[in-house]
Write a protein of this length. Sequence first.
Length: 126
Amino acid sequence: MRVPRRTPIVVLAAALSAGVLAASGSLPDPLEAGWKGERVCEVLHEDVSQRVLRCTFPPGGGHERHYHDPHFGYVLAGGRMRITSADGTREVDLADDLSWVSDGVVWHEVENIGETTSIYLIIEPR
């Protein structure tokens, strides 16, 4: 699926799995989840009202199974991603400057199957 530049998407996370608040305590959140023992997200800002994460996925990199609380997402650098959730596996092309709003994701896994590094911001209200 090719997503046009600057088109809102409610789906990077939400269509992967019906948007639902946090998953079971056995799954990590996006900051705790990594890829092959390495972290992929870092905290850019955190206070009582919000947390901002920057998540970087080099080619062949990914994000192990994790959940998301409600959040706003923004693609700084797009790419081709394989996304697996309870709904199955799909491949998507994400453009730079793409944004989405999610009510939360019970679980998903992401792998960069493209040739460029993809970078996202995840903004979570507290």
